[in-house]
Design a protein. Structure first.
Length: 303
């Protein structure tokens, strides 16, 4: 369901998407694009958002995708390192290009002449707590068995956007720098007190008066606060569950190290996050350390 400005509210967005994938903030999306690509576009209206807001294929949707000039960019923000991002980008890009072909009257897919299409650029913005290099390349071919000669390759550029990393990128995109600063403030205060809601409030209070994001974040304070709490609380919950499972596994000599009761509790949480759009089925299965089929069976989603 979209609001009066055409922005979809059906799913719970992450803060990154709320800032950089919002039609009202195209100038920030353009700034991010220029910083990533070293380009110098000046007209925000050159951007055409292509994010599939209501994509339900495999319950998967991306954070931001948009078309500008001859490039279709796919942007994802991740707070946990996910080496399977190239597969996710492959699936989502297939959906986006399918829609592009169907909607573009100048693209004749059955023509005997080569039809031009925008080049895909896949970028993952990482702001998790694990120490990572400023730039890492994730490749789909790494998922294949050694010796395989795949006909399809997907390369994802993972950029570390934790505050203090990728200084040139941050200097080139002020909204990204302020986003990274805001996230870092929440993380710092949360670590000091253990109180997430208080940490978000304190980060809001620390926003400089000349902050570019201040008016937008303040105008949407309740929603931004909910997003931050959801993201951090969700991540902490699953990190704790994984660690408890490992500890129990070591103590009891079992590989999985999870009691049936804990599995049921975790599945209950994951099912709720799927239903409200916070997680895709694939993400939920990954967090449970299960295949999609196994997760569906144990969660009662499949007979």
């Amino acid at each position: 369901m979209a609001d009066g400005k055409g922005y979809n509210r059906q799913y719970r967005d992450r803060l990154f998407k709320f800032i950089f994938g919002n039609p009202d903030n195209k100038e920030w999306t353009l700034s991010l694009y220029n910083a990533v690509n070293g380009s110098h576009y000046t007209n925000p209206d050159d951007i055409r958002l292509t994010t599939l807001e209501d994509a339900v294929y495999m319950n998967m949707k991306n954070d931001v995708s948009f078309l500008i000039a001859d490039t279709m960019s796919f942007y994802e923000q991740q707070s946990t390192l996910n080496p399977n991002m190239p597969m996710r980008f492959l699936i989502y890009a297939g959906m986006a290009y399918s829609r592009y072909v169907e909607e573009n009257r100048n693209y004749h897919k059955y023509s005997s002449k080569q039809q031009k299409a925008p080049a895909p650029k896949c970028v993952c913005f990482y702001n998790g707590t694990a120490e990572k290099a400023d730039r890492i390349y994730l490749r789909l071919s790494d998922a294949f068995e050694p010796g395989a000669e795949p006909d399809i390759e997907v390369t994802v550029t993972m950029l570390n956007v934790n505050f203090g990393h990728n200084q040139m990128l941050m200097e080139a995109c002020r909204p990204l720098r302020e986003y990274a600063w805001f996230v870092e403030k929440i993380r710092t205060y949360r670590n000091e007190t253990g109180l997430l809601e208080e940490a978000v409030d304190r980060a809001f209070a620390d926003l400089p008066e000349d902050s570019m994001l201040l008016p937008f974040l303040t105008a949407n304070r309740a929603e931004v606060k909910r997003m931050c709490i959801t993201e951090y609380d969700e991540e902490r919950t699953f990190a704790e569950q994984r660690e408890e499972g490992r500890a129990e596994g070591r103590a009891e000599g079992r590989a999985e190290g999870r009691t049936e009761g804990k599995v049921e509790g975790m599945l209950h949480v994951l099912i709720g996050l799927i239903k409200d759009g916070t997680l895709s089925l694939a993400d939920a299965a990954r967090r449970a350390d299960m295949s999609i089929d196994e997760f569906q069976r144990k969660a009662g989603l499949k007979n």
